[in-house]
Write a protein that binds this ligand. Structure first.
Ligand code: PGA
Ligand code: ZN
Length: 399
């Protein structure tokens, strides 16, 4: 192993054309890794703190880079990430910025892989044999914080659970995305796209459910394997003063549990993310108790990839799945620890993009390396297809 020789940080554009942090890590033996931080819009209240890109870069240059260069072995991910924590000095990364931390953490992993001449998923995951592959969840119709004047529920996700290969799954999601557009056009409904490339028509949730059911069924009939669908309700964004506020009505917590349980049964939903408020472990547990045998109840804003919050959720039976977003917690090591704790307790990890993304493909490798059953990374748009296309390449490589 050789040591880190240099860390370079710069501002680049993300998919919303906002500034984000890109890091290059160079090693003494000539290894190189580059990665960029994504950024959320419907962020959880308990996430690691992202700073303005310029401020994050200045702070990381002052505090983190001197602890890494000529100090830490590239490829020793735990030491790299421990140095980032020490540089920050605060648990939530508000010192150097979670955006600087995650970019450096991921770039160091890539430099480590480069030194070994191994693909990143192998460096991260050891002996991946390509037996299981993450099923991509494709965002087809959406609104919430990702588009104005669209659905209340943030994401309607195509889930090609019966796909024989990752390539079939990726193309199935693209076909469902296309089919939904056709159905919208047949109904005379114009639709632009939201932040993640999903259609963002001005329709209510009920109509979105109808269109998703029709689109997934039509494509499933054509390809000959099962395609279900799921949701990211992002309910913390609609929760206000004890009630869930929808465009046309409000629901109490009990009514919200009832509503989501009914949706799971009516549409055979295979996946439901954040159906309840991010601080209501108890309501999550009630819903998981009711429908957890039939579907995945996934905590995103609830857990924020944080092992302490996950531990609380495990003790209370709040969910049977956790969303994994490295930038929510700041480093790859922390994300790995969350995945390990989840897996040991029968909680399914789902690796995820953010609504603001770059061409970075680290999460595709992370999902494969950790044997995650699902990856959530959109269905269309370049910053999403970057990850999907990488999954296709990894699958070919692993054969
Ligand atoms: P975000 O949304 O990246 O805007 O937080 C994605 C999600 O809620 O899963
Ligand atoms: Zn979410």
């Amino acid at each position: 192993m050789t040591r880190i020789a240099d860390v370079r940080l710069r501002r680049i554009l993300d998919s919303r054309a906002n500034a984000t942090v890109e890091a290059d890590v160079l090693t003494e033996s000539g290894g190189f890794g580059r990665a960029a931080a994504p950024s959320g819009a419907s962020t959880g209240e308990h996430e690691a703190i992202e700073l303005d890109a310029e401020e994050a870069i200045a702070n990381a240059r002052e505090h983190a880079v001197p602890r890494l260069v000529e100090e830490v072995y590239a490829g020793d991910q735990r030491s790299v990430d421990a140095a980032l924590h020490a540089a920050d000095g605060i648990d939530d990364f508000s010192g150097i910025g979670a955006n600087s931390a995650v970019a450096i953490s991921m770039a160091a992993a890539k430099a480590g892989a480069d030194m070994l001449g191994a693909p990143l998923y192998q460096h991260l995951g050891g002996a991946f044999r390509g037996e299981n592959f993450p099923v991509p969840l494709g965002n087809v119709i959406g609104g919430g914080e990702h588009a104005a004047d669209a659905t209340d529920i943030q994401e309607f996700l195509s889930a090609p659970v019966g796909a024989p290969s990752v390539t079939d799954a990726v193309f199935a999601n693209a076909a469902v995305h296309d089919e939904a557009h056709e159905i919208l056009a047949d109904r005379g409904i114009p639709a632009g796209k939201g932040d993640e490339g999903a259609w963002a028509p001005s329709i209510d949730d009920e109509e979105a459910f109808e269109i998703m059911a029709e689109a997934t069924e039509n494509v499933s009939d054509g390809v000959g394997f099962e395609i279900g669908f799921g949701l990211d309700v992002a309910a913390a964004e609609m929760y206000d003063d004890g009630e869930y506020v929808y465009s046309d009505r409000t629901r109490s917590t009990d009514e919200q549990i009832e509503y989501v349980a009914d949706l799971v049964h009516e549409y055979d939903l295979v996946y439901v993310e954040d159906p309840l408020d991010e601080n209501d472990f108890e309501a999550f547990a009630e819903l998981t108790d009711r429908v957890g045998e039939e579907t995945l109840i996934c905590g995103d804003d609830l857990f924020v990839t944080n092992t302490e919050r996950l531990q609380t959720g495990i003790e209370q039976g709040s969910a049977n799945s956790i969303l994994i977003k490295p930038n929510q917690i700041g480093t790859l090591t922390d994300a790995f620890d969350a995945i390990e704790l989840a897996t040991r307790n029968g909680i399914e990890p789902v690796v995820s993009h953010r609504s603001g993304e770059t061409e970075d493909t680290t999460i595709a490798h992370l999902a494969v390396a950790t044997d995650a059953p699902f990856i959530k990374t959109g269905a269309a748009s370049g910053e999403r297809t970057a990850k999907l296309n990488e999954l296709i390449r990894i699958a070919e490589d692993a054969l």
